[in-house]
Design a protein around this ligand. Sequence first.
Ligand code: NAI
Length: 267
Amino acid sequence: MTPASKSTAIVTGAARGIGLAIARRFLAQGWRVALVDIDAQTLGSIRGEMETPDTLIIEADVSDPAQVARAVSETEAHFGRIDALVNNAGIAIFKPVLETSYEDWSRVLAVNLTGPFLTVQAAAPVMMKSGGGAVVNIGSISGQRASTLRVAYGTSKAGLAHLTKQQAAELAEIGIRVNCVAPGPVDTAMAKAVHSAEIRADYHDAIPLNRYGTEEEIAEVVVFLCSPKASYLTGQTIGVDGGFDASGIGLPTLRATTRPDDRESDT
Ligand code: NAI
């Protein structure tokens, strides 16, 4: 593939965590990547490793229309095209319903839901110029099943799953597929900040695969969804969650009764 024809992705929230893993995966697959993040300090810490001819590092807040427009036009000016947009930037504020302030609610909705609305509006016209492309919105299992402390976060991610369908329904017409990846728990800085020891144990209890996912496991699915291999896939939310969304009660009891020791004594 010549440099001029290389596919280009924008990944938001790419300074660390899942976003950085997605950027790395795209690069490994021969894509060029614009890494967008609000956090200048963390962006600075990855410059040494991530600044190459195939990357562009942009400081921008996805909830600000002017900054989003600038990030998209800088990417188009630098690389000449945009083929994929991954709306990964997100924030989590975990508080009870009655303690979530107007400011908490508004900021979570602004970043997690308004951000992907703005970035798609800005990037889709550029994607159209080269025949379309793919958008992946990063949702969460917290948008699929309600839980405590997630009134703002869970609602923003549920909204994002529906925004995905709205965007998919309209943008198919101009060759853009839109899907949502809903990760289960992944041990990033965000998870470390909001998952107490008790919440971690609860997650293990509720996940058939009985572990947290890795950043790379999420990135793999995102890059697949942006590839031609997913050419008939749009409007979907894909849980990459170790089976969390598929299952209900009973896993701890099952595990307690099917420990290897018990199985051996049964045979
Ligand atoms: P993280 O906190 O490690 O990374 C998020 C990145 O987004 C940070 O670099 C941050 O500076 C950036 N960001 C925050 N607000 C921004 C804004 N307004 N504009 C631009 N960039 C902004 O989080 P993590 O864990 O990597 O999460 C990535 C995505 O995955 C988020 O959307 C999160 O909600 C979602 N997710 C994470 C899960 C987890 O267990 N870690 C589980 C399910 C979903």
